[in-house]
Design a protein around this ligand. Sequence first.
Ligand code: 13P
Length: 285
Amino acid sequence: MKSLKHYFKKAYKEKFAIGQFNFSDWSQVKGILAAAQNLKAPIILGTSEGESKYVGLAEAVAMRDVLRKKTGLPIFLNLDHGKSFEYLKEAILAGYDMVHFDGSKLPLEENIKISKEVVKFAHWRGVVVEGEVGKIGTDASRTYTEKFEIKEEDLTKPQEVVEYLKQAKVDVLAVSVGTFHGMDVTGVSPDIRLEKLKEITAVANIPLVLHGGSGTPEESLKQSIALGISKININTETRLAFANTLKAELEKNEITPYKYMVEPIKAVQAVIEGKIKQFGSEGKA
Ligand code: 13P
């Protein structure tokens, strides 16, 4: 199987985005996997620190290995939003393909310092590193009933990208260009700042990552990919489809998991297939 680096190069050159789909439960993985198999797409399975603590780092790696072997698909694992070098080290040693160091809340110098340590440790083991400059909006609830306000000062500053990349040799970079984690249940869409993204791509010659992909209109996603976004992260939309369908199934008083999970898995598959098509990664495995 070709490496994750190979797929990032391919995505960057051919202008498509690899989907990172987060999970914390095996049934979600079944839905994600069915979509990837159906559309022959490379995928990254993402776990945040919280998700990975629930699943288990070693368990996630073992599952990835089995699924790769069974399907022959390029399936990779990323530790999403790792806040400490210590935890990222654990994920690397467990066998993750990629780690995301989120130092966005730290002063730039501190973010650079830790990113450099992560890169040194990861690259030595052939693990891909995602850095982050700029703050991506988020809160715990992840579903907002009012328009999520993006603060101008949280958007990625191109000058900081120059400074960061000069020192921290990450492989891919997460940027804040208007999306936020979670989605607005009133249907108000995140507003991607394409001009800002253009300014960033002018100074960053590496694949960029868009977080907070849920709820983002297809046209904005396509324009972002054309400008150099090579990975898009999706979590909330999958969670909503999964949880809402599961609630409806449980209402029917079915108590057998492999029966009441059929529809939630299908709901996840439908969301992921839609995303893979929008990202242009269909047939890129
Ligand atoms: P959403 O929950 O908005 O899809 O964001 C996911 C994400 O960016 C994970 O890092």
